[in-house]
Design a binder for this molecule. Structure first.
Ligand SMILES: O=C(O)CCc1cccc(O)c1
Length: 553
């Protein structure tokens, strides 16, 4: 069995009165997936960052691994952060999902079978591996420091920043920061310290037990399987995913009246696994844990000089693997904004757009997970149950019925249509959306992007006036030279634009499209950049939209 790394405690200089006179630019509280991704992004963007973690390892002791299913967008972000290669090499790639109902195969579908894209489908890997790779990447960053066994015990806003009280095995010290980012998980002590509580959008009795099992040499398909109404699980659902190290993630839905403690005993877990796969299966239990269906989000992801990210900001049930992937997208959204505020004179109002955009992402995740949950487990809703029965019965014959089977719509990036950085709203197709990493011969679209904003010009020649546009945060990229015939076709398929169309796209540092124009007057570029940096007031939604037809796709 894999052994988690242990990181040493080093006595912080503050304990010996050697605190720096200036506040630290950013302190990240919590060295989990979101906090580590954020710290790495900040350091690579030139921001000194300190991560405080109350533990001395990744995951949670005992090989805990909640997140494990990394979406294409997340892999694109990890690519930018330099860790995607390790994740895909160790992880298990998959893009087929199969559904059984009452033990019979009903449908299967193939996700994102798009050779045009650099990362395809999903990569499954235990979260502790991803975190370990992020830690190792951070160790190579001169601007980053991770302090293990440093627990934030107090947090107060000081007006110009945040004062933290940090407990360590050697004693307690105080630390000032210009900005603190709380990535301290679903029960976020930082949230509590500021008297904040998330808004609860859904909470039901639906509970599931995760049983991660190691089955050496097992030849089950490298696919996502969902059993609906599985007889081996008392007529309830089960998911199966393959992860690294011959380990399989099994999620079993519990009966409403089931005692979760009794279900988590080794004997009960083994009985469950044997019931589904037969008594002959030889396996070891690597980890187990119970989760409950809960959807929450803070009203504002910014409170003064404290920002919230990952599960501390919003919580979504695992349907569609939207939790961990959402946390990485938070980091991706926040890092460039903090870096521009701290190092490049951007107005701190830019950080308000972090809250609006990522709340939109959280609400989209909640809406999708809610729909899936209602399909998988319609509870008391008679009409939803009838609809589900009909859909399942028709699915083997009717493709539209098969498509309506919703066992979890898998994580996809949010298009920031409600963004205050889109001055005129998302007018043109693609505005607000994440740019996919299209393969362009030996390179790819994302590799051509600059570190901050990029003006992508889809043309053979750069108009002279555009060539003269100079801005310290802007890279102008002429696309055509990077495109042979197949690359031109791929761009058209993926973006709906030809490499010689003359269109100009302004792409943000997080690869989301800020503006798309058929023809761009060079004189407008500074104004477009200014708009992408200065939020205009909008009315953000306060609840995830409710779906009348919750069981449909
Ligand atoms: O396949 C799905 O829809 C969810 C997979 C998943 C993701 C994260 C945790 C977990 O237990 C299952």
């Amino acid at each position: 069995m894999h052994v988690l790394p242990r990181y040493p405690f080093r006595r912080p200089p503050e304990l010996d009165g050697l605190s720096p006179s200036d506040p630290r630019p950013v302190v990240v509280i919590g060295g989990g997936l979101t906090g580590l991704a954020l710290a790495l992004d900040l350091a690579r963007r030139g921001v000194p960052v300190l991560v405080l973690d109350d533990d001395d390892t990744v995951g949670v002791r005992g090989l805990a691994s909640r997140g494990m299913c990394w979406a294409q967008r997340t892999l694109d972000i990890f690519e930018r952060l330099g860790v995607a290669g390790r994740i895909t090499a160790k992880g298990v790639a998959w893009n087929v999902a199969r559904v059984l109902a009452k033990d019979q195969p009903v449908t299967s579908y193939t996700l994102q079978d798009q050779p045009d894209l650099r990362h395809n489908g999903f990569a499954n890997l235990q979260q502790y591996y991803v975190e370990q790779y992020l830690v190792e990447a951070l160790q190579a960053e001169p601007l980053a420091e991770v302090r293990w066994l440093n627990k934030v015990e107090g947090l107060t806003q000081t007006g110009q920043g945040v004062r933290l009280t940090v407990g360590t095995p050697d004693g307690t010290y105080e630390l000032d920061a210009q900005w603190a980012v709380a990535c301290d998980g679903a029960s976020s002590p930082c949230r509590a310290a500021l008297g904040l509580a998330p808004v609860v959008h859904d909470r039901t009795e639906d509970r599931w037990i995760i049983i991660d099992i190691m089955v050496p040499g097992c030849d089950w398909a490298q696919e996502r399987w969902t059993w609906l109404d599985a007889s081996a699980n008392g007529g309830r659902a089960v998911w199966r995913h393959k992860m690294a190290d011959d380990t399989w993630r099994l999620d079993f839905q519990l009966r409403e009246d089931e005692d979760a403690v009794a279900a988590a005993t080794p004997e009960a877990m083994r009985r469950r696994v044997h019931a589904l796969f037969g008594d002959g299966l030889v396996f070891e239990i690597a980890w187990s844990g119970v989760w409950a269906y809960r959807h929450e989000c803070l009203a504002d992801l910014r409170a003064g000089r404290v920002l919230f990210a990952g599960d501390a900001a919003h919580l979504v049930a695992p349907f569609g693997a939207r939790g961990g992937n959402g946390g990485v997208q938070d980091a991706d959204n926040l890092a460039w904004k903090l870096a521009l505020v701290l190092n490049h004179g951007a107005d701190e109002a830019l950080l308000g757009s972090y809250s609006t955009e990522r709340k939109q992402g959280a609400f989209e995740n909640i809406r999708q997970a809610r729909r899936s949950s209602r399909f998988v487990h319609p509870q008391g809703q008679a009409s939803a149950r009838l609809w589900r029965e009909a859909i399942i019965a028709m699915a083997p014959q009717l493709p539209w019925a098969a498509r309506s089977i919703n066992t979890g719509r898998l994580s996809a990036p949010c298009r920031y249509t409600g963004s205050p950085l889109l001055a005129d709203g998302a007018d043109a197709a693609g505005e607000g959306a994440a740019l996919p990493d299209v393969r362009l011969g030996p390179t790819s679209l994302h590799r051509l992007l600059g570190p901050w904003f990029t003006l992508l010009v889809f043309a053979d020649r750069l108009p002279r006036a555009l060539a003269a546009v100079q801005h310290p945060l802007l890279t102008v990229v002429l696309l055509s030279p990077a495109c042979d015939k197949p690359a031109r076709a791929a761009l058209l398929r993926q973006l709906g634009v030809g490499s010689d169309s003359g269109e100009c796209w302004l792409v943000r540092p997080d690869q989301h499209v800020a503006t798309r124009r058929a023809h761009l007057q060079p004189a407008l570029v500074p104004a477009l950049l200014a708009a992408a940096l200065a939020p205009v007031p909008t009315d953000p939604p306060t609840t995830p939209a409710h779906d009348l037809h919750a069981t449909t796709a």
